[in-house]
Design a protein around this ligand. Structure first.
Ligand code: STR
Length: 416
C-alpha cells in the first residue's frame, strides 16, 4: 500500500483489521464488517491503527471512563512521531483548545455556558427564526425547482443549519458561503493535506477576527456570551472562545445536513412509512429518532486515548492506544435494537434508545437544537411539496469522500 503513514504500524493491516475506505464506497458493507469484527474492532484510518467500539453497551461504559481522554499528547503514535500533522485526519483531533478537546473540571468550565444556551427551553426563543429561514429556503427551492430537478442539499438542507448556527454564534450571512466551502474541503479526503492545513489557518484568522470584533462590540449571540462568561470567576481565554466557536460552527452546520437529508431519503425510500407520517399516525419526532439511529450523521468519532490499560472483553486497550467510537455501527447494534436493526422502521417499539449524540460528559450539546431544526424543516418541506420525489434512483446517490461524517454529494429531487 502506498501510504505515507506506513511508519505508524509495523506492516500490512493485521488479520481482522477493518481498513476504513476514504472514498466511502460501501458504507453499509463496512458497517457490517465492523460489527462482525467484534465489540472492540481494530481499524486502520489512512495507515494509522486504532480501536473502534462497535456496540452500544460497551460504548456507553467507555464514554464515561475517565481513563479515556481527548488530550492528543496521551496518544502513543503522536508522542512517538509516527503520526504527524501530515495525517489527513489530524484536524479532527488537533482542533485547538475547546470543550471538544479537554476533559474533567476544565471541560466543565469550557462547556457550561454553551450547554446552558442550548437547553430545549432556551431554544424556544430561536424557533421563530428557524421557521423564517425554513420558509425562505422553501421559496428558493420552489423557484429553482420550477422547471425540473433541484438539489435539496445545496438549496435547503445545507444552508438551513448554517443560518441557524450562524445566527446563534453571530456569524454574518455573507460569510456563510465561505464557511461551507472551507468545511467541505476540510472534511473531504480528496483535499491535499497542505491545502487542508492552510484552510484551517485561514479559518483561524477569520474566527480570531470575529472574536476580537465581538469583544469590542458584544452582541446578543453565544460568541459574545462566551467572551463575557465568568465560570467560577475564571473567564474563557480568547483561544478557548475561538475553539468553542469553531466546534459549534463545524458541528452545527455539518451534522444537521445529514440528519435532514437522511430523513428525507429514508422516507422517500419507504413510501408506506411516509404515508403514516403524512396522515399523522406517526410523529416527526419518531422519524427523527429513527433516522438518527439508522443513518447517523457521524460515522466515526475521532478520538480518545487510553491513559492506562483498559480490558474490554477479551481485548485490552493499551495505554497510549487511540479509540474511535463508530456511531453508525452502534446504531445498528442488534443487542440494542433487535435482529432487524438494519431496517429503517418508524413503527419499532418506542422509545428508540440510540446513542447517536454520544454519552457522558461530551454528549452533544447541540442535540436539542438539531432536533428542533429537523422538527421544523421536515414537516414544512413535505407540507409544501407533498409530491417530493428523488430525481435519480436511490442507489445513484453518492456519499462524499469523508471518513468521519455521513454526507451526500447532492440530493437531486423533483418537487412534484
Ligand atoms: C472540525 C474542525 C474544527 O475546527 C473543530 C472541530 C471540533 C468539533 C468537531 C469538528 C471539528 C468535526 C465534527 C464534529 C465536531 C464535534 C461534533 C461533530 C466531530 C474537529 C460530529 O461529527 C459529531
Amino acid at each position: 500500500m502506498n501510504c505515507p503513514h506506513a511508519a505508524a504500524h509495523d506492516a500490512e493491516p493485521g488479520v481482522g483489521t477493518v481498513v476504513i475506505d476514504p472514498m466511502v464506497q460501501d458504507l453499509d458493507g463496512e458497517t457490517a464488517r465492523l460489527r462482525d469484527a467484534g465489540t472492540l474492532a481494530r481499524i486502520e484510518l489512512l495507515g494509522v491503527p486504532a480501536w473502534t467500539v462497535t456496540r452500544h453497551a460497551e460504548a456507553r461504559q467507555l464514554l464515561v471512563d475517565p481513563r479515556l481522554v481527548k488530550d492528543l499528547d496521551a496518544w502513543g503514535l503522536w508522542r512517538s512521531g509516527a503520526v504527524t500533522r501530515a495525517w489527513p485526519l489530524i484536524g479532527m483531533i488537533d482542533a485547538g483548545r475547546s470543550m471538544f478537546t479537554v476533559d474533567g473540571a476544565e471541560h466543565r468550565r469550557l462547556r457550561t455556558k454553551t450547554s446552558q444556551a442550548l437547553t430545549p427551553r432556551r431554544l424556544e426563543a430561536l424557533r421563530p427564526d428557524i421557521e423564517k429561514f425554513t420558509g425562505e429556503l422553501l421559496e428558493s427551492l420552489a423557484e429553482q425547482g420550477r422547471d425540473g430537478v433541484v438539489d435539496l442539499k445545496s438549496v435547503f438542507a445545507q444552508p438551513l443549519p448554517m443560518r441557524v448556527v450562524g445566527m446563534l454564534m453571530g456569524v454574518d450571512e455573507d460569510q456563510h458561503p465561505m464557511l461551507m466551502k472551507r468545511y467541505k474541503a476540510f472534511f473531504s479526503m480528496l483535499t491535499p493535506q497542505e491545502e487542508r492545513l492552510a484552510l484551517l489557518d485561514e479559518l483561524d484568522v477569520f474566527y480570531y477576527a470575529l472574536v476580537r470584533e465581538r469583544t469590542a462590540r458584544p452582541g446578543d449571540d453565544l460568541t459574545s456570551a462566551l467572551i463575557l462568561a465568568e465560570e467560577g470567576g475564571e473567564p474563557l481565554t480568547e483561544e478557548e472562545v475561538v475553539g468553542n466557536l469553531k466546534a459549534m460552527v463545524a458541528a452545527g452546520h455539518e451534522t444537521t445536513i445529514g440528519l435532514i437529508l437522511n430523513a428525507v431519503r429514508a422516507l422517500l425510500a419507504h413510501p408506506d412509512q411516509l404515508r403514516m407520517v403524512l396522515d399523522g399516525s406517526i410523529g416527526w419526532e419518531t422519524v427523527i429518532e429513527e433516522t438518527l439511529r439508522w443513518d447517523t450523521p457521524t460515522t466515526h468519532l475521532l478520538m480518545r486515548f487510553a491513559t492506562e490499560d483498559i480490558p474490554v472483553g477479551d481485548d485490552v486497550i493499551k495505554e497510549g492506544d487511540g479509540v474511535v467510537i463508530s456511531y453508525r455501527a452502534i446504531g445498528r447494534d442488534v443487542e440494542q435494537h433487535g435482529a432487524d436493526a438494519d431496517a429503517f422502521d418508524i413503527t419499532r417499539p418506542a422509545p428508540i434508545r440510540h446513542m447517536t449524540f454520544g454519552h457522558g460528559p461530551h454528549i452533544c450539546p447541540g442535540a436539542a437544537l438539531s432536533r428542533v431544526e429537523a422538527a421544523i424543516a421536515l414537516p414544512a418541506l413535505f407540507e409544501r411539496f407533498p409530491g417530493l420525489r428523488l430525481a435519480v434512483p436511490d442507489d445513484e446517490i453518492r456519499k462524499l469522500p469523508v471518513m468521519t461524517q455521513n454526507d451526500m454529494e447532492s440530493f437531486p429531487v423533483l418537487l412534484g
